[in-house]
Design a protein around this ligand. Sequence first.
Ligand code: SAH
Length: 216
Amino acid sequence: MDFDKQRKRMVERQLVPRGIRDGRVLTAMGAVPRHLFVPPGQRRYAYDDCPLPIGPDQTISQPYIVALMSERAGLTPGDRALEIGTGSGYQAAVLAAMGVTVWSVEIAAGLSRQAAANLGDAGYADAVSLRVGDGWTGWPEEAPFQAVLVTAAPLDVPRPLLEQLDEGGVLVAPVGLSVQDLVLVRREGGGYHRQSLIPVRFVPMRGRAESPSEGD
Ligand code: SAH
């Protein structure tokens, strides 16, 4: 199977026609070997236009959604990004391929271990730091971040993640139950400006996000 050819086709047929324009995103998506981030039995589907299972109730997002979140995060090389929901490590690898340094939190220890192995195999281990825990609290020791990408859906944006944004920084997160809104929040002039992008479907954020009243 020619994965290089499939990956090039993924960029040309799934990303460019849907409006992904950022050259750094297109180059990164054309470079990161997505097939190394899915279970061996799924490799032949790695470049298809859909999410794929990576474990019990967990999925690696559709390539277009990864590209859209990477583009809307507005990152430039040398920036620092926080990801909540490491999963397979693929989204983190795409950011790393854009020259961004990544901190990523995953609640399931087994997935985090597998992501570490995937990132090592794909050659992105040095640019990505992983932590096992509830991403609701973010990674305060490493803040501020120029972008926060949330890849599991909370019912509302966790306050600590907003507070860990740099001035001018952007948070992208699926928010809601079942079918969610992909929201973009920009920290600007002492406030937070929020807009909705598109409806999306991510797995729910577990842990503290399930009882937000206790967290605030
Ligand atoms: N970004 C991943 C896909 C994420 S799937 C990729 O590129 O492959 C959503 C992930 O969020 C799952 O791995 C799930 O275990 C994790 N998750 C759910 N709730 C979480 C929480 N509170 N903190 C951190 N990770 C969480």
